[in-house]
Ligand binder design. Structure first.
Ligand code: ZN
Length: 286
């Protein structure tokens, strides 16, 4: 799933490609991808691209005051083409959920692999009316996201820090992958309770959050859309690296279940050498 750094890079990529272009077509490959009824997608046709921006993990293309907003979810992606196929996309079993065309024959498809369709698109006059955007917490890369702001957030949440980092209504843009990375850099257990962290731990977590995201944004910036997924994977220290060697200490990267998926961490770096108990597994063993 693309997270803040990849979505930011997609924003920059789309900005550079669509500057001065006019939307000439919007086609739906899946009716369910569009979550809004008015304005209709055809309201975008004939409109100039006035801007591309990001709200958390949502992309927002401003077309003459009508916004096409989308969230790529777990298996969604954006595929850019300098020369789009002429065939009109029709609703069906295609992995292409939405197609947008521009007046120089370029365009993009939003695709989604797998059977669980979570990719969501919205055509709105005001992006703040998209439910997922209205409820977003602060952006961790914003200027105003200071240590004081973050410390207040942490202090007010009696929940596991892994869950806090990836809750979009608390902090916008961080998901399963970067929360693993941030916690590894901060040398904190993913199961530590946010509200109980000491001042030094909060400071370390804040620095790790900002530093990890800034590094990933810099690494992703300027890369074409099709290279972002591999670049994200290649930059990971522990996330998705179960059984590999921790780059900090040489211990093995471990995995434990968390919420609807799993997380990766290093016991030596993060949990005082003690592997975390997998609640799902241990329930079976009892
Ligand atoms: Zn380690």
């Amino acid at each position: 799933m693309p997270e803040l750094p990849e979505v930011q890079a997609l924003v920059e990529f789309l900005r550079s490609r669509t500057e001065g272009l006019v939307v000439t077509g919007v086609e739906l490959g899946s009716i369910s991808v569009l979550k809004t009824f008015t304005p209709p997608p055809q309201a975008l046709v004939g409109a100039p691209v006035d801007g591309v921006s990001r709200h958390g993990k949502f992309l927002d293309i401003d077309c003459g005051g009508t916004h096409l907003v989308f969230h790529l979810a777990r298996a969604g992606w954006l595929r850019w083409s300098d020369a789009m196929p002429a065939t009109v996309l029709r609703p069906g079993k295609s992995p292409i959920a939405l197609r947008v065309r521009f007046d120089d024959a370029s365009g993009f498809d939003l695709t989604e692999a797998g059977t669980k369709k979570r990719l969501a698109a919205y055509v709105v006059n005001d992006p703040a009316t998209v439910p997922g955007i209205a409820s977003l917490g602060p952006d961790p890369m914003a200027h105003g996201f200071t240590l004081e702001v973050f410390a207040a957030i942490a202090a007010s949440h009696r929940m596991q820090v892994k869950g806090m980092l990836r809750d979009q209504s608390i902090i916008a843009g961080v998901g399963n992958a970067y929360s693993d990375e941030v916690l590894h850099v901060a040398k904190l257990s993913p199961f530590a309770i946010a509200g109980k962290l000491g001042d030094a731990e909060v400071e370390r977590l804040y620095a790790a959050l900002r530093g990890t995201l800034a590094g990933a944004v810099a690494a992703a910036s300027g890369k074409p859309a099709k290279e972002l997924k591999d670049a994200k994977r290649a930059g990971m220290r522990v996330h998705g690296r179960t059984g590999e060697i921790c780059p900090e200490c040489g211990d093995v990267v471990r995995e434990v279940s968390f919420a609807d998926s799993s997380l990766q961490y290093c016991a030596t770096c993060q949990t005082g050498g003690k592997p975390l108990a997998d609640r799902r597994t241990s329930k079976f063993l009892k």
